[in-house]
Ligand binder design. Structure first.
Ligand code: AMP
Ligand code: GLY
Length: 426
């Protein structure tokens, strides 16, 4: 079977690496891919949101399964686009319809959904830019009436930058004004203000065909750029799986209070959902709350979750597309996985691209997933903020992490940086 995987990050390299091991795979195409995915299949230079060109590739290469890595094409309706083409509606797209993708594409929609289906999350109110100054005044009054910290979230996609947490009410009001004025473009014209939850975060994933679901390994992501979880938020600087506090008692609460009501709520809302759901959770004294939904796998979580899956991922994707996931089981390795992300100097701010990466041939004690690389004149060069993810699997996460660090040590490019404290809080 021929498969198309959409995306170009570490998540996509991890998925491509896994698909490549399936005896069911004939040819794997990755659009646009990176220097790492080129080792697993054929990279095709098509942008993730160029639906007509992707559809043309699916036609000409007789592709049966399309796996959508990032959220952007999902929020723009790639699933519906394929369903609307008479000759392509039989293609199995792994990723929800535009209506399902609103779980990630609109924070306000996600909050209303959770409220409706009784899914534990922080209390909130939504304010939108309206006529006159009414909403600004109502929001200011609301901010002054609740205690800090104040969590402000731009409603739409804002490349991971749309959440601002502030302690001072006046600063929060100023920030809201800037969001309304277009700091995050259209995404911030509606703002969710919510209660701050104190706890430790984890990422939980399911693969669903809309009825049945399989629980994937959970992971912990390290989001801040600096050691000790300091500095600016990034897409993620490293990850560990499994997560020690995700014990059976906690995971049972996650299943019954969060996963099942979410799947049932989607069905009850008439939303057809086939693909991954990523639950961004926070553990508040043993009780799980949803911080956010994503409609895709996490990155760098995929780089630790996928290597722990023993089952054939392509077989699971086929079952998802056919609505037969209830007949499948997910076999997960008992081993632990760790990944350490090497990033460009300056990230998450401005950084240089096109820098040659050296030493990759020395990194043999684990897997190097490429996140932001490309090939230029036969050399691997940097092509993004997050460049390489050093993953290792071992009997304990500490052993795995040690090997990831050993591997990372031999690889470099100008300005390369990685956190040396992944797992520090576990
Ligand atoms: P989000 O994009 O919604 O995942 O938010 C980004 C980050 O902000 C999360 O990973 C949390 O660390 C933090 N955050 C978001 N909402 C809350 C909340 N209600 N309480 C505490 N921290 C939060
Ligand atoms: N690592 C967090 C995310 O993928 O959104």
């Amino acid at each position: 079977m021929n498969v198309l995987l959409i995306g170009s990050g570490g998540r996509e390299h991890a998925i491509a690496w896994k698909l490549m091991q399936s005896p069911l795979l004939t040819k794997l195409f990755i659009a646009p891919g990176n220097a790492g995915t080129a080792l697993c299949g054929i990279n095709v230079p098509i942008a993730v949101d160029n639906f007509p060109a992707l559809a043309q590739l699916v036609r000409s290469e007789k592709i049966k399964i399309v796996v959508v890595g990032p959220e952007d094409p999902l929020v723009k309706g790639i699933s519906d686009y394929f369903k609307d083409q008479d000759d392509l509606r039989w293609v199995g797209v792994i990723g929800p319809s535009e209506s399902g993708a609103r779980l990630e594409g609109s924070k306000d929609f996600a909050k209303q959904f959770m409220e409706k289906y009784n899914i534990p999350t922080a209390r909130y109110r939504t304010f939108s830019v309206g006529k006159g100054n009414e909403q600004m005044e109502a929001a200011s009054a609301f901010i002054r009436s609740v205690s800090p910290p104040y969590v402000l979230k731009a409603d739409g996609l804002a490349a991971g930058k749309g959440v601002v947490i502030l302690n001072d009410p006046e600063q929060a009001i100023t920030e809201l004004g800037e969001m309304f004025d277009g700091k995050f473009g259209q995404a911030g014209k509606k703002v969710v203000i919510e209660e701050f939850l104190e706890g430790i975060e984890l990422s939980v994933f399911v693969l669903t065909d809309g009825n049945s679901w399989l629980l994937l390994p959970e992971a912990k992501d390290y989001k801040r750029i600096g050691e000790g979880d300091t500095g600016l938020n990034t897409g993620g600087m490293g990850a560990i799986s499994p997560v020690s506090f995700a014990n059976p008692d906690f995971m049972e609460k996650v299943k019954t209070r969060i996963i099942e009501p979410t799947i049932n709520g989607l069905k009850a809302s008439g939303i057809h959902y086939q693909g991954f759901i990523f639950f961004g959770l926070i553990n508040v004294q043993g009780e799980p709350f949803v911080i956010e939904y994503n409609v895709r796998m996490g990155d760098p979580e995929s780089e630790v979750v996928i290597p722990r899956i023993k089952s054939d991922l392509l077989e699971l994707f086929i079952a998802t597309a056919e609505g037969k996931l209830n007949s499948k089981e997910l076999v997960i390795s008992k081993d632990s996985a760790a990944t350490v992300m090497m990033v460009s100097g300056g990230y998450p701010g401005d950084y240089q691209k096109g820098l040659p990466v050296t030493g990759l041939e020395l990194a043999t004690d684990g897997i190097v997933f490429h996140a932001g690389t490309t090939i230029s004149e036969k050399l691997v060069v940097t092509n993004g903020g997050r460049v390489l993810a050093f993953t290792s699997v071992d009997t304990t996460w500490k052993k795995a992490l040690k090997r990831s660090y050993k591997n990372a040590k031999g690889v470099s490019f100008k300005g390369a940086f990685y956190r040396r404290d992944i797992g520090f809080d576990l």
